[in-house]
Design a protein around this ligand. Structure first.
Ligand code: SAM
Length: 430
């Protein structure tokens, strides 16, 4: 397919996304199934245009003075696809599958309008109702954080030190563009996609099949590291899901001690066995029933609660979610988080740690929850976030998380990662 056909396909996908309630990735898959002639390269470019359009939906609409799918798709090529209007005109000329050229009014608007004059939430590309939640956590930098949250993300990998080394894994992934990541010796990064390119499928590599690495955002790796799981400890991963954090904890514990991985939704645990096996992890038991956990009450050195959340910190990777989220859903997640913390704290032994983690950048889900928890549970105290950062992380030209009073915030702007929040709460000895 030429660019015109790909652009037209992206417009159709964006229209179908807006008309329904399904995630953009599912709508893209449907399009692919109905257009089998499209190759992997075509699908990658169509996906780039769709995701860029959703990442920059408000700022593109403001600059184009129009917010329909055509405006967003053309705008995505201009904002992120490395093209200007003249280059798009040339690429579309004579292509019978291409959409009609960009309308004169939209060209003029794009050339004249300066985003610096747009409202703050438009510059930040976030729904207006979320602005106060971001500002309350991130302070004066919230607009710049929003902008960074609307950029294409890298692919981050965590080397599984049980099976490989960073040097060996880097060498195995050299052709994929792998390079050392900031902060952590065992982290590898493949830079964000440029223009109309695509990322390599690292999960097809032999090194992945052999368990040398996992795909895991660096923010998630940092959150797991802050939990500070030590070899020999008894650990409960209370919201284990498919095991992203469990695997990181097991690797840090060098397969010694014991991890209990639990999730309230049995189906979410399903991929974990295979992942544990591939990674060579032998110290983890999976529990699908709360009754199984009863003997653990009061005995855990570490309880990790990677709590259900809005996922606002992952909007770089799932930009469709930012336009579907609403205030009622945020309220429900806040209550879920309180319930999880109340349940999970019972398992911590005196002197043990409760690690509270979210992938959200909203104050309600982070600092405010820790304030609420500490007020309601005077037998817990917070471990200094700054001292954890200094003790655990290799310096990277002075780059550091946001420290908003309680806990640490990793974010696209501050640490070049997805948005993650972590606070470590220690149970007093008596
Ligand atoms: C952010 S996800 C976990 C991701 C996972 N830790 C990882 O790193 O891949 C949150 C998980 O919490 C689970 N969950 C929600 N409410 C829960 C509850 N009351 N008790 C335990 N797990 C819960 C959800 O099913 C979901 O899998």
């Amino acid at each position: 397919m030429r660019l015109g056909g790909r652009l037209q396909a992206a417009i159709e996908v964006l229209e179908a996304f807006e008309a329904g309630s399904r995630p953009a990735s599912d709508v893209l898959k449907d399009w692919g199934a109905a257009h089998r002639f499209a190759g992997a390269g075509d699908r990658a470019v169509i996906g780039n245009i769709v995701f860029d359009a959703l990442r920059h939906k408000l700022s593109i609409a403001w600059r184009m003075d129009a917010d329909d799918a055509r405006a967003l798709a053309f705008g995505a090529l201009l904002a992120d696809g490395g093209m200007d209007i003249a280059a798009i005109d040339v690429a579309l000329e004579g292509d019978r599958f291409a959409p009609a050229p960009l309308e004169a009014a939209r060209r003029d608007a794009w050339n004249m309008r300066d985003l610096a004059h747009a409202p703050a939430h438009v510059q930040a590309d976030v729904p207006e109702w979320c602005a106060s939640s971001l500002q309350a956590l991130l302070g004066a930098h919230w607009v710049e954080e929003g902008k960074a949250l609307a950029l294409r993300p890298p692919v981050d990998l965590r080397v599984n030190l049980l099976k490989s080394t960073t040097e060996k894994t880097l060498a195995a992934l050299e052709k994929a563009g792998a390079a050392p990541a900031p902060f952590l010796d065992q982290a590898i990064r493949i830079a964000p996609i440029e223009a109309l390119g695509r990322h390599p499928n690292v999960q097809a590599e032999q090194a992945f099949i052999d368990g040398w690495f996992e795909v895991q955002d660096l923010g998630s790796q940092l959150a797991a590291l802050f939990a500070d799981a030590m070899p020999g400890e008894q650990v409960l991963d209370y919201c284990a899901g498919a095991g992203g954090k469990t695997l990181a904890l097991a690797s840090a514990m060098k397969n010694s001690g014991q991890i209990h991985a639990y999730d309230a939704e049995r189906t979410r645990l399903a991929p974990m066995s295979e992942r544990l096996q591939r990674a060579g992890i032998r110290n983890t038991q999976i529990h699908a029933s709360l009754a199984d956990l009863e003997p653990l009450v009061g005995h855990m050195d570490l309880v990790l609660t990677d709590a259900p959340c809005t996922g606002s910190g992952t909007w770089r990777r799932r930009p469709d979610a930012k336009w579907r989220l609403n205030a009622q859903q945020l309220e429900r997640r806040v209550q879920d988080q309180k319930d999880v913390l109340e349940d999970a704290k019972r398992y911590v032994r005196p002197g043990g740690r409760l690690a509270y983690v979210t992938c959200s950048l909203f104050a309600e889900e982070n600092t405010r929850q820790v304030e609420w928890f500490l007020a309601a549970n005077p037998d817990f105290q917070e471990i200094s976030a700054e001292s954890l950062w200094q003790a655990k992380v290799r310096d990277n030209n002075g780059m550091s998380p946001v420290f908003p009073g309680h806990g640490s915030v990793f974010s696209p702007l501050s640490t070049g990662t997805d948005g993650f929040y972590v606070s470590i709460l220690q149970k007093r000895q008596s």
